[in-house]
Design a protein around this ligand. Structure first.
Ligand code: UDP
Length: 349
């Protein structure tokens, strides 16, 4: 059996590392194709190294470009490769441009397609990720889900593939690297004590590409007068901001340093998808600066609260964190470190 995975971004690598490792353990041939959508060392190389993935088998090197051009370049470079590899199945994780392009390419070549993280919906089609998810789920033969509402979303859209409730591979990575994360002590390295600071990430177009950004940064400066604020800045966001008074800005962090900071933070303020899940698993309060989430289970069972797309609400962050910390929360089913095993079981069955 030959499995080809198509990845392109930081979260893609985090989601596929455990699948690659599990397939290797079972003696299944796994070919990793990296599109090059994320190409900075700090967005790609560090994850290949820290997550034990190593060098991709093939690099398409598409580089920075608007999504349509990126999609075109991926299709043009991936199609001849897939024709040569003739995989039994192509796996695509998540919801980024590389996911969409990998799915379309596999479909056009009439190869079996598996979507890892299928069925998530924000019901906000102004998000490129939402449109990518819908297309991938319609094309996929095998839909690997990790959240109970995903099955309902897929049924509502009459997605034709088979649904497998396998659990969350992003949490597999977190479980597998628990010890090196704990050993990292990244907060101490910044002179911060455990539970004393807020960790921030922001990179979605709705927040950083428009007029909300300047108010958000002003609110972060205000927040930093009340408690330390650490903000590893995504390259997309870096291009749009200068200094933010009082806020500790740093380049994007590697996986171990970042998760070490999440573990030690009093709370996290983010617009990320994956971080809503990691904070729920770790029991760290998470405030999501978005009006919707495709991960409602993190709000229902976990530690996530949606603030809305409303920077003024950043003023409420310290109080909300205390409220979340005081309420009960649970880890969703299947977020247990064994999702990749269940995916491999399905592939081998
Ligand atoms: N992450 C990281 N370093 C950082 C910021 C995030 O390793 O400086 C990790 C984070 O823990 C999560 C993933 O990157 O596993 C999320 O990526 P991102 O927020 O870019 O994408 P999204 O999940 O929103 O698609």
């Amino acid at each position: 059996m030959r499995v080809v995975s198509v990845v392109g971004t930081r979260p893609n690598l985090i989601k596929m590392a455990p699948v690659a490792a599990e397939l290797a353990r079972r003696g299944v041939e796994h070919v990793l194709v990296h599109t090059g959508q994320h190409y900075d060392a700090e967005m790609s190389r560090v994850f290949l190294d820290e997550l034990g993935i190593g060098d991709p088998d093939h690099e398409l090197g598409v580089g920075a470009a608007p999504p349509s051009e990126q999609t075109g370049r991926i299709l043009e470079r991936l199609a001849p490769l897939l024709r040569t590899l003739v995989p039994d199945i192509v796996l695509v994780p998540g919801d980024v441009t590389s996911t969409l392009a990998g799915a379309v390419c596999a479909s056009q070549l009439e190869l079996r397609l598996g979507h890892v993280e299928a069925g998530l919906r924000s019901f906000d089609r102004s998000m490129p990720e939402e449109r990518n998810r819908i297309v991938c789920d319609q094309l996929a033969d095998e839909l690997f889900i990790h959240s109970p509402e995903a099955a309902g979303n897929l049924a509502r859209e009459s997605a034709p593939g088979r649904v497998h409730d396998v659990g969350n591979t992003m949490i597999d990575t977190l479980v597998a690297l628990g010890e090196p994360i704990a050993a990292r002590q990244a907060a101490a390295g910044l002179g911060l004590t455990r539970g004393s600071f807020i960790l921030v990430t922001l990179h979605r177009p709705a927040l950083v590409d428009g007029p909300l950004l300047s108010e958000t940064l002003a609110q972060l400066s205000e927040l930093a007068r009340r408690m330390p604020v650490v903000f590893p800045v995504h390259p997309r966001t870096r291009a749009r901001i200068g200094e933010v008074p009082g806020v500790h800005l740093c380049p994007p962090l590697g996986y171990l340093d970042f998760l070490s900071l999440v573990t030690d933070a009093r709370g996290v303020l983010t617009d990320s998808g994956g971080i809503q899940e990691e904070t729920t698993y770790l029991g760290i309060p998470c405030l999501t600066l978005r009006s919707t989430t495709e991960r409602p289970i993190t709000v229902e069972l976990g530690t996530n609260v949606l603030l809305g797309l409303d920077p003024a609400r950043i003023a409420e962050v310290p109080a909300l964190i205390e409220q979340i910390a005081a309420r009960p929360h649970r880890i969703p089913p299947g977020w247990d470190g064994f999702a990749a095993r269940r995916i491999a079981d399905v592939l081998l069955a």
